[in-house]
Design a protein. Structure first.
Ligand SMILES: [Mn+2]
Length: 255
């Protein structure tokens, strides 16, 4: 069914955590790209598109399928932007190019229909999780990444699996609020970047939060933090247009 009223909107998604070419999440993404995203000005993927990414040289069905579908959308005029998450921070310019898109630095400020919007994955805001913040610092070092990418693929997969298991084991002992954003960190970033609106994912706590500010930003005492949802149970999409924004969710296909 053709979607008609799709002009002048931009879509934001994150945290799909795709780990197989045949998962309902993959089908859900393909449906989104073939339907709702048709005619969109831009699609921003704010990290953790994939459950794991050990290098652009790791050619696999899931990566191929996503790249082909995104590339097709890009050829129809939708700009594609990819940001790193904590799972797929090794995703490179090569893969972004295969998607017909480009990598977005974190954080980035974009102009969305006249509004300045700060984009980030969100893990950097979870500063109470000090063990994670230290790990993040290490794996974001160019030297660490070069050394990792130089290892054989099989080894890289093994290390990635170990890290995932370790992270799951550690997270099961952490209080859930530790893994949410630190409010002060959000305020600091909005002030530093001089914006009143931020969009991020990562925490798997979708919602739209109005924040009362103590110090005005752009003469306003309010800011908004939009949190995208994780796709583990359903698809989450933020639709942004000149008229406003709407955080929507859809069931995954069941077949
Ligand atoms: Mn994440």
């Amino acid at each position: 069914m053709p979607i008609t009223n799709n002009n002048n909107k931009t879509l934001f998604i994150s945290d799909l955590h795709i780990d197989s070419a045949k998962s309902p999440i993959m089908q859900s993404l393909l449906n989104l790209l073939e339907q709702r995203a048709q005619g969109a000005d831009a699609l921003y993927i704010l990290g953790d598109l994939f459950e794991a990414w050990v290098g652009d040289d790791d050619i696999n069905d899931a990566g191929d399928k996503v790249a082909a579908a995104l590339h097709k959308l890009s050829l129809q005029g939708t700009r594609i932007f990819l940001m790193h998450g904590n799972r797929d921070f090794l995703l490179g310019e090569n893969y972004a190019a295969r998607c017909g898109g480009s990598l977005l630095q974190e954080p980035s400020i974009i102009n969305c229909y006249g509004q300045s919007v700060l984009l980030l994955h969100g893990d950097s805001l979870c500063t109470r999780d000090t063990a994670y913040i230290n790990y993040r610092k290490q794996v974001r070092e160019p030297a660490w990444q070069q050394a990792f990418l130089a290892r054989p693929l099989l080894e890289r997969h093994m290390v990635a699996q170990q890290l995932r298991q370790q992270s799951m084991a550690e997270n099961s002992h952490k209080a859930s609020d530790i893994m949410d954003v630190t409010h002060q960190e959000v305020l600091n970033l909005l002030e530093d970047q001089n914006v009143n609106l931020m969009i991020h994912g990562h925490t798997h706590r979708p919602g739209i939060h109005t924040i009362r500010l103590q110090n005005p930003i752009n003469d306003k005492l309010e800011a908004v933090r939009i949190v995208l949802g994780s796709w583990d149970q359903k698809a989450w999409v933020l639709e942004f247009s000149a008229e406003g924004y709407d955080l929507k969710h859809f069931p995954h296909p069941t077949h």
